[in-house]
Design a protein around this ligand. Structure first.
Ligand SMILES: [Zn+2]
Length: 107
């Protein structure tokens, strides 16, 4: 049982500035975005994310079986706990760059 419901859709071009809930960076007017909305524990919410960030989070959730209240929100995740930075760098460098993740390969 879950009291979680959600749906989402792709927006070709947002009309005003939003902040991506995954990376915390701006989504500028005219940029594409993924818009998700639903009800979480009785409270309505809506989030905007960059299409790339949304895709990366979904992939990460699939890989690690993180759903509902465990769903990854990269900007709030501690790399020392999740170790997601290396994965992002390798698989989603665009998202890693937005999060300010630097390559940590020792020189
Ligand atoms: Zn983003």
């Amino acid at each position: 049982m879950t009291n979680f419901s959600a749906s989402s859709r792709d927006i070709k071009a947002v009309r005003k500035t939003h902040f991506c809930d995954q990376c915390g960076k701006k989504i500028e007017p005219g940029d594409p975005a993924r818009y998700a909305f639903g009800v979480w524990e009785g409270a309505a919410y809506s989030v905007y994310t960059h299409p790339e960030c949304s895709k990366a989070a979904h992939e990460y959730a699939n890989l690690n079986d993180l759903w509902e209240d465990e769903y990854p929100w990269f900007q709030h995740m501690d790399d020392s706990e999740f170790g997601h930075h290396a994965w992002l760098l390798e698989n989603h460098p665009v998202v890693a760059a937005r999060l300010g993740v630097k390559c940590e390969v020792p020189a």
